[in-house]
Design a binder for this molecule. Structure first.
Ligand code: F6R
Length: 609
């Protein structure tokens, strides 16, 4: 959510900032801007639209300097206009970029207006620029001016500020929104995530809650909110810059769909030995804490929430423990009753989603046995603030629509369900069967990927549609929800996922010959029930597209197209059946000509409420 990048160097930093913005564009892409200290003055260029629009402006009217900041925006306060794009500047002196929300900006704005500051935008961010400027007028240094300013803010933010009168430094501060400092030789950088800076450095410091840092070419000074110096670890990141590039693929989403077998293998690594799952792979205290759990609360958002819904089926079946799953945006604002010995679990690709992070912090004081985070980002806030961590090793996911992060989450929760089962009566044989299926997941997903040409053809039948229903039963119900979410978010076709048995309680009214209904039908013990649900849709003239295991015996009939699926064992079926639904959404979006990797109005890593 909003991409931030800053640099101080002995060379022209404009190309570094632009490359950083290109790599961060997935975080927000309605406008972009750059401010560079060019011959002693704040040079500002901003453009509505993508980073390419900003580049075009810079080609005509370049900026050249050794200190600068840049931003790609996902609008919160104020429409998508050039005036609202960041950076925001005060008095031709102070330039600011910001990710997050300053909740109390209105009284601050009134106060600054009373002092004569004229606001040129509708954003909350502009108060930061003027407040820092006002503080600087008192004669303090930039770091002090920023510290004084952030003391007055409520909300979540990551900010980067420079002062034209201090040309050798910038100052950064964070509360809740992530920021990482990149260390170079005779040059230093900051960004919202490491991918922005991989072409210039592999050495990073992750800023912690409340940290303020003063960054010059030669040094990085980090302070806590109290003004005392802090030491922070330097991390060497092995990630190759090309991991965040498209390579031979037309879109990141397609690349990431095809990376799933490898991501599943990586996620399984180190979790299993001798046909048993290894609870200790979640941390030194994992065996004790998981062993104590008598209830499970899972909290997440979006696609990660769907992975949580599948987890409920597995945990209740394999570990026989009561499990509830809740949207983080609901959980965080209600009175939660926590039964004794409950394990709290968050699922998150980014580990920075504002609602999930807030839920985790709420849970910290709610009496849980332990907090477990299943996450794809090793250095994220959620990982740092949890007692137990299970990393999904999906690699960077750049496409806004989550794909490989979801299937690796499913694999991870199946492992966790088996771990919990170990303490709750799961027999050695049952555990070994789950392990066998876990091992077969990557190979079966590979076979499902071979369906790509068939799904591409199928997509042609959806392009002109305005609505689609997705149906599944049992653990395939959340897969139907996920199929609908994928289709709606990248193709803008309205889609709903339903538990197939729920159809008759209302949505059946929608069925007519113009309504495509996609059904996920593995060969499991709910098949007969699902077949009845299919009959009900057929009888009402719905256009059925059934992704079915050949062993189900389902065949093409008038109004029904069966798409044969490779055989998937029961537990891994949700992982395998997700693949054709991802491909369907992808190909429909490509045919419709939408922006697949950066669909309208959305952004990756939702770090604001
Ligand atoms: C949809 C999607 C979102 C995210 C949600 C949570 O394709 O990606 O629904 O799943 O914003 O994000 P994380 O998993 O980073 O907490």
């Amino acid at each position: 959510m909003c991409g931030i990048v800053g640099a101080v160097a002995q060379r022209n930093i404009t190309p570094i900032l632009l490359e950083g913005l290109r790599r961060l564009e997935y975080r927000g892409y309605d406008s972009a801007g750059i401010a560079v200290l060019d011959r002693g003055r704040v040079g500002l260029r901003r453009a509505v639209g993508k980073v390419a629009q900003l580049e075009a402006k810079l080609a005509v009217d370049p900026l050249n300097g050794q200190l600068g900041i840049a931003h790609t925006r996902w609008a919160t306060h104020g429409g998508v206009t050039e005036a609202n794009a960041h950076p925001h500047v005060s008095g031709d002196r102070v330039a600011v970029i910001h990710n997050g929300i300053i909740e109390n900006y209105e009284p601050l704005k009134a106060e600054l207006q009373a002092k004569g500051y004229v606001f040129k935008s509708e954003t909350d961010t502009e108060v930061i620029a003027h407040l820092v400027h006002d503080n600087l007028k008192q004669g303090v240094g930039l770091a002090e001016a920023v510290r004084e300013a952030v003391r007055r803010f409520t909300g979540a933010y990551a900010i980067v500020v420079f002062d034209a009168q201090a040309p050798d430094r910038f100052v950064v501060a964070r509360i809740a929104s992530p920021l990482v400092i990149g260390l170079g030789f005779g040059e230093n950088f900051v960004a919202s995530d490491v991918s922005a800076l991989l072409p210039v450095t592999q050495r990073f410091i992750y800023m912690e809650e409340g940290d303020i840092a003063e960054i010059t070419r030669e040094a990085v000074y980090i302070f806590g909110a109290d003004g005392h110096k802090r030491e922070r670890k330097v991390h060497d990141i092995a990630q190759r810059p090309e991991a965040a590039e498209k390579g031979q693929y037309r879109h990141f989403m397609l690349k990431e769909i095809f990376e799933q077998p490898e991501a599943l293998v990586a996620t399984l690594g180190g979790r299993i030995a001798n046909h048993h799952v290894l609870p200790e792979s979640l941390g030194p205290r994992a065996a004790e804490l998981l062993g104590r759990a008598r209830n499970i609360h899972i909290v997440a958002c979006g696609t990660s929430y769907h992975a949580g819904l599948v987890a409920k089926y597995w945990i209740e079946e394999l570990a026989r423990l009561p499990c509830s799953v809740e949207l983080a945006s609901e959980y965080r604002y209600r009175t939660v009753n926590v039964p004794a010995d409950t394990l709290f679990v968050t699922l998150s690709q980014s580990g920075e989603t504002a609602d999930t992070l807030a839920a985790l912090r709420y849970a910290r004081h709610a009496g849980y046995v332990a907090l477990l985070t299943i996450c794809n980002s090793a250095q994220s806030s959620m990982v740092r603030e949890s007692d137990l961590v299970m990393l999904t090793h999906a690699g960077p996911e750049i496409g806004v629509a989550s794909t490989k992060a979801f299937t690796t989450q499913l694999l991870a929760v199946l492992i966790v369900a088996a771990m919990l089962g170990r303490y709750n009566g799961l027999s050695k044989e049952q555990e070994a069967e789950v392990v066998r299926q876990l091992y077969s997941a990557a190979g079966t997903v590979e076979k499902a990927l071979e369906m790509d040409p068939a799904i591409q053809k199928l997509a042609e039948l959806f392009v002109e549609k305005h609505h689609t229903l997705f149906l599944g039963r049992g653990p395939m119900f959340p897969v139907a929800l996920e199929g609908a979410l994928k289709l709606k978010e990248i193709s803008y076709i309205h889609a709903e996922g339903y538990a197939a048995g729920e159809l008759k309680h209302g949505p059946l009214a929608l069925i007519d010959e113009d309504m495509p209904v996609v059904v996920v039908a593995p060969n499991n013990d709910l098949l007969d029930k699902l077949k009845s649900n299919i009959q009900v849709v057929r009888a009402r003239g719905g256009q059925l597209f059934v992704m079915a295991d050949v062993a189900t015996g389902l065949t093409d009939e008038p109004g029904t197209t069966v798409i044969p699926m490779p055989h998937a064992d029961t537990y891994i079926a949700p992982i395998v059946y997700t693949v054709p639904l991802q491909l369907l959404a992808y190909h429909v979006a490509v045919l419709k000509g939408t922006d697949v990797d950066q669909p309208r109005n959305l952004a990756k890593s939702v770090t604001v409420e």
